[in-house]
Design a protein around this ligand. Structure first.
Ligand SMILES: [Zn+2]
Length: 500
């Protein structure tokens, strides 16, 4: 009747009729949440894959969304967007950018949650506490996209302040946020991190998207620093080890706790879908380009083809096992451009070394976080950067816990599967809240440090020369600190409690 066709393994009930009446309840969340995934997939098939049929499908799908929601009142829109609906506004803003049709911008703007946007526009952060995090984060991806396509600054002010608030007050050591899926009251940070339920992977997936948008608009080292921290410490740790693998929904911050991974048939969550997509996105964070400048943002072995310049660059590195990054150029013809390599704040700036074709390039002077090498590049040119990651200790806001980093790499103590069975690490589909392990470790056995945050670095011994590992003195037996991403089916601590 309304031109829509619905296909699913489940009964549709009257989901789409409800959507037409502006009713999207918690038990009825799918129309927009799944709709956004479908809209985004069709958009990518068109704009990334170049499929013209996808363009037609997207336009007709968006027109249908416009028609069935055209009579909704403000109250009905507010009810509908109070639930977890993904970011349909992002796709409608994209469609406005691609077609120039103002109808799609109008539709994108209908998704505004006015009290939230108004508060963040004024940088009033108190509105966040207790809100469902993965309901809000994707909406801000859409708000920023609405700014990009409309030029109206309030959307950007709100999105930028939201990012600052989430990173500054809500984010835990590995780059994740939320406890029991909700933003915390920042005054309770130290208490909340001892909960058995940690940050959800989808939140970081969506926050990475927002970070990339803000960085493209106005590049700043804090954005790339977050992307790096979140990818190496949350995204990379969300995959379970072979042979059973799986993806983590929650990554507990609680000292001595553990993760549970999905299974292909009994436990396939939102964090499995976005969890797979995460690892296909590294390339989009690794490099960026301006007119005559190529930026190397992350240190990951990779290769990039810069089509506009008809050249390729290969990045070879064993980072974080060592700090040597080697970039080799392959160009159809000698090409003038600036190759910019990130020079992060975690590197010891006195020991940064840069070599061009084997010759020292002099004293690198980073600007806005990058070292620029401007010249005419030709095939076989090699630029090598040597970074020495510093050992960093970070105290929590309440000063009750400390975490350690080797450069951007979060270090953790692997504590073994104490009190756990092999089956505890994978969801089996039979229990309520199967994404979560609830067997707590005896707190007396959790590695604990004596002293204050100020002397945290003095408890660490010399790095093992053969691997990324540091000994840490505790009130009990010493423990080894290793990259968090190397820990799978066992208990771990990324936060260490401090006692007098
Ligand atoms: Zn999720």
């Amino acid at each position: 009747g309304d031109g829509g066709l619905y296909a699913s393994a489940w009964e549709a009930n009257d989901w789409y009729a409800k959507l037409g009446r502006g009713e999207v309840g918690l038990s009825n969340v799918l129309p927009w949440y799944v709709g956004h995934k479908t809209l985004a997939g069709v958009r990518d098939a068109w704009l990334v894959g170049g499929n013209e049929q996808a363009k037609e499908v997207l336009i007709r799908y968006a027109d249908w969304c416009h028609t069935i929601t055209s009579k909704l009142t403000e109250k009905q829109w507010a009810d509908m967007t109070s639930k977890e609906i993904g970011a349909p506004n992002e796709v409608f803003a994209d469609l406005h950018a691609a077609t120039g049709n103002p109808k799609y911008l109008e539709l994108a703007k209908k998704f505004i949650k006015e009290p939230m946007v108004a508060a963040l526009e004024k940088n009033d952060r108190s509105i966040l506490s207790g809100k469902h995090a993965n309901t809000e984060i994707p909406m801000f991806v859409g708000y920023q996209r609405t700014y990009e396509t409309s030029g109206e600054p309030r959307w950007n002010r709100a999105a930028s302040n939201f990012w600052d608030a989430v990173i500054g007050e809500q984010t835990f050591a590995f780059g994740g946020n939320s406890i029991w899926e909700a933003f915390i009251n920042p005054a309770e940070y130290d208490k909340k991190l001892t909960d058995v339920c940690g940050p959800e992977t989808c939140n970081t997936y969506n926050l990475l998207k927002l970070t990339r948008q803000l960085n493209e608009q106005k590049p700043a080292p804090r954005y790339t620093d977050y992307i790096e921290r979140a990818i190496f410490n949350h995204i990379l740790t969300s995959i379970g080890p072979a042979p059973d693998n799986g993806f983590a929904y929650y990554t507990p911050t609680r000292p001595g706790h553990y993760k549970r991974y999905s299974t292909p048939f009994d436990a396939f969550w939102c964090c499995v879908g976005s969890g797979m997509e995460n690892h296909a996105r590294y390339g989009s964070y690794c490099y960026s380009a301006e007119k005559d400048r190529l930026l190397v943002n992350l240190f990951i072995p990779s290769q990039i083809r810069w089509q506009e310049k008809n050249l390729e660059i290969r990045q070879a590195t064993k980072f974080p096992d060592d700090g040597v990054i080697t970039l080799t150029v392959k160009a159809a013809a000698p090409t003038p451009f600036t190759l910019s390599v990130r020079c992060p704040s975690w590197a010891d700036s006195r020991k940064v070394a840069l070599r061009l074709n084997g010759q020292s390039f002099g004293d690198p002077k980073p600007e806005n976080g990058y070292v620029d090498v401007k010249r005419t590049w030709k095939t076989g040119d090699v630029l090598q950067l040597n970074l020495l990651p510093r050992l960093i200790a970070e105290a929590t806001p309440g000063g009750k816990y400390v975490s350690y980093f080797h450069g951007p790499i979060l270090l953790a103590a692997a504590l073994g599967p104490v009190g756990l069975n092999p089956g505890d690490f994978h969801a089996d589909g039979s229990k309520p809240f199967i994404q979560l392990g609830r067997k707590e470790m005896d707190s007396a056995k959790v590695p604990t440090l004596k002293g204050s945050p100020d002397d945290a670095l003095r408890r660490i011994g010399k790095k093992d020369p053969n691997r990324l590992s540091y000994p840490l003195k505790t009130t009990g037996e010493p423990v080894d600190l290793v990259p968090f991403s190397s820990i799978g089916l066992e208990r771990y601590s990324v936060y260490f409690p401090l006692v007098e």
